[in-house]
Design a protein around this ligand. Structure first.
Ligand SMILES: Nc1ncnc2c1ncn2[C@@H]1O[C@H](COP(=O)(O)OP(=O)(O)OP(=O)(O)O)[C@@H](O)[C@H]1O
Ligand SMILES: [Mg+2]
Length: 225
């Protein structure tokens, strides 16, 4: 594995088992992603975008093939190893339910640090809260925030915990166009200026303009351009 390759997916297949039989979703997916790439992931509903992110994030296991993320051969991990990997190496930004409602913005942001037993960099947190125009919301609860503010706080949490990869599954799905632009701009900024490796699922092709690469999931495979 070359040093600057963070994610290496080799011939990965995923077949779900359900009561009505086997559901093949991914079939022979291969992919190499370098550190700092901002990868747009597009494809029809049901094509397997979330499935791919779940595999990369260690939420689910492959049916066959190998996945290596930052030197971790996660396709060989058991459930417990995957949980540890998830905590240590992956940042998540979803469409909804990103923040824990019982915790303040600040408490949400420091949660990954606490789980990893890492030092909390207060000045860095304050700097970025200001940058994202959230400084006055530091001690607010998620319910007291707008959708855009919640999503910015979730992005901040994912970024500050310094994961090897950030997985954003339709993070703008519930936002208006202004907040959508802000969120996508932030992801792009962090990939370009801070070397963050980001997977960004969207149904809106126009939003992939700032991506360094766009992959399309189709018929169980990936088309890159
Ligand atoms: N746990 C599961 N068990 C069985 N089938 C599943 C499971 N998760 C997903 N699927 C099926 O796998 C296929 C791919 O689902 P996936 O969620 O990856 O699609 P997607 O590309 O993210 O779609 P969307 O754009 O609608 O979010 C779908 O047909 C879905 O029904
Ligand atoms: Mg999905």
């Amino acid at each position: 594995m070359k040093n600057d390759i963070v994610v290496e997916v080799k011939d990965v297949s995923k077949v779900y088992e359900s009561s009505s039989g086997k559901i093949p979703v991914l079939n022979g997916v291969s992919l190499s992603i370098k550190k700092g790439e901002f990868v747009g992931v597009v494809g029809d509903s049901g094509s397997g975008k979330t499935t791919l992110l779940n595999l990369l994030g260690g939420m689910d296991s492959v049916s066959s093939g190998t996945i290596t993320v930052a030197g971790n051969v996660i396709s060989e991990y058991d459930d417990k190893q995957r949980t540890l990997y998830r905590r240590k190496n992956v940042g998540f930004i979803f469409q909804d339910y990103n923040l824990i409602n019982e915790l303040t913005v600040y408490e949400n942001i420091i949660l990954p640090f606490q789980l990893k037993k890492k030092e909390i960099k207060e000045d860095l947190i304050d700097k970025f809260l200001a940058m994202l125009k959230l400084e006055e919301k530091k001690n607010a609860f998620p319910m007291q925030l707008s959708g855009g503010e919640q999503q910015r706080a979730a992005i901040l949490r994912a970024l500050l915990s310094e994961p090897d990869i950030i997985l954003a599954d339709e993070p703008t799905g519930n936002l208006d166009s202004k907040n959508t632009q802000i969120v996508v701009g932030l992801l792009q900024y962090f990939s370009e200026h801070m070397g963050k490796t980001i997977f960004f699922v969207t149904h809106n092709m126009a939003l992939t303009k700032g991506c360094s690469r766009v992959i399309t999931v189709k018929d169980g495979k990936i088309a890159t351009r």
